[in-house]
Design a protein around this ligand. Structure first.
Ligand SMILES: Cc1cc2nc3c(=O)[nH]c(=O)nc-3n(C[C@H](O)[C@H](O)[C@H](O)COP(=O)(O)O)c2cc1C
Length: 158
């Protein structure tokens, strides 16, 4: 879905130990933090695609945000243009996670696309057996959202 001149990269949140400030204080930062922060620093912007756990962001995503935000004053998130696409197997589309995430991104100074809001209900029905996104109105909407994000990114480029 990326227009010419842009590409998307999936950045894994796997294997990030739970953030602990002692790592910074003792200069014993886990290798996984360094790999993640390097990868994230190298991209021009971030689309957070998240489900919802107990009406908020899954801990694994919050942990990744915390990891990238430290050491203090060296946040990898600062000024990176962002968007939030939330999804759920039910109808509510992770509204709670979406808006809790906005709250963190305000603090992290990430200019975040306001419109279109992207809430994806019944997400398990959107993909075919090979894992590809099915044609239809959601795919068309997502293309519009991605195009809007690219415009947002260009306006807010670092
Ligand atoms: C601990 C837990 C809490 C959940 N809480 C919510 C919730 O608040 N809202 C919701 O829509 N789905 C909730 N779900 C269902 C998730 O949306 C669903 O499991 C989804 O597939 C999670 O994505 P993941 O498989 O990438 O972790 C919850 C699932 C788990 C395991």
């Amino acid at each position: 879905m990326a227009p010419e001149g842009f590409e998307f990269k999936l950045i894994s949140l796997n294997n990030l130990p739970v953030y602990n400030q002692d790592f910074d204080d003792n200069h014993e930062v886990p290798e996984a933090y360094t790999v993640f922060s390097k990868e994230m620093s190298a991209v021009d912007g971030v689309i957070f695609i998240t489900p919802e756990y107990n009406r908020s962001v899954p801990g694994v995503l919050k942990n990744a945000i915390d990891v990238g935000s430290r050491p203090y004053g060296k946040s990898i998130w600062n000024a990176k243009p962002a968007a939030i696409f939330s999804n759920s197997p039910g109808n509510l589309s992770a509204f709670g996670a979406n808006h809790h995430l906005h709250q963190s991104l305000v603090f992290l100074n990430m200019p975040t696309m306001q419109q279109p809001e992207v809430y994806l209900p019944k997400v398990h029905e959107l993909f075919d057996e090979s894992g590809a996104l099915k044609d239809g109105s959601t795919k068309e909407f997502l293309q519009k959202a991605v195009d809007a994000y690219i415009t947002w990114l260009k306006k807010n480029a670092l």
